[in-house]
Design a protein around this ligand. Sequence first.
Ligand code: UDP
Length: 261
Amino acid sequence: MKKGKKLYEGKAKIIYATNDKNLVIQYFKDDATAFNNQKKTTIEGKGVLNNRISEHILSNLSQIGIKNHLVKRLNMREQIIKLVEIIPIEFIVRNVATGSITKRLGIEDGTVLKEPLIEYCLKDDKLGDPLISEEHILAFDWALKTEIDKVKKMILRINDFMIGMFRGVGIKLIDFKLEFGRIKIDGKNEVILADEISPDTCRLWDSITEKKLDKDRFRKDLGDLIPAYTEVAKRLGILHEQSNVSAVNVTKLSSVKRKKK
Ligand code: UDP
C-alpha cells in the first residue's frame, strides 16, 4: 500500500490517498481543539492512543455486524479505511445529560435520560455545527429518510454495545458523537459508520468516582489528558504497562527527530 497525497486535513486527523482508489489512510494527529477551534493545543501521544482505541472499538463493532470504514491499523498513528462520502451530520448520542444540552435546555448536569437521545448537528465549523432536526435534514437533502432510519437503528445498537463494553471496565458512557458515510458495496449503496470513536469523541466517566476520562480534561482544564486516555486503553485491554510506555516514548522520539531536522 503506497501513501499518496494529502486529500484532507481536519482538526484531529489527516486523510491521504493510496494507490487503491477505494482506500485512504487516516492519520491521527496530536492536535486538540475545543469550542469550535477557539481553544487549541498539541498533546503529545494523543493521536497514538486514539488510533488504538478507535481501532479496538470499530473492530469490535464490526464483529457484531456494524459495518464501518476500518480496514486495518497500519502503525502507531495510521489506519487504512474505506473511502466514503461523509454525510454532513454529527450524530450525538446521549445517555446522561451534560455539556451543551444542559446549557441549551437548562437541564441539571448528570441527569440520567430515560432513553438514549439522538441529536443532529450540521457539520459546518463556520456555523459552529448548529443543532438541526430530522426535518431540516430532509428539507435540505443532507440525507435521505431511508439513510436516517438505517443510521438510527445502527446508533442504538452501537450505543447498547458500547455501554456494555465500557460498563465491563468500570466506565460510564455518558455521550458520544458518530459520523456515517456513503459507499457502494457490490454495486449497492450503503451507509456505514466512519470517522473515529475515542475519548476525543465520547464522554467517559469512571463508574465509581465519576472522574472524567475524556476530552473534557482539556476542554475544562481538569489536568493531564494522556494518563486518562491511557487508563481507558488499559482498561479496554489494549495497552499493557510496557507497551503504553513505549507508545508514548516512540511518539516523543519521533518528535525529537523531527525537531532536529
Ligand atoms: N462531540 C464531538 N465533536 C463535536 C461535538 C461534540 O466529538 O464536534 C462529542 C463530545 O465529545 C461529547 C458529545 O459529542 O462526547 C456531546 O457533545 P456536546 O454537544 O455536549 O458538546 P460540547 O459540550 O463539547 O460543546
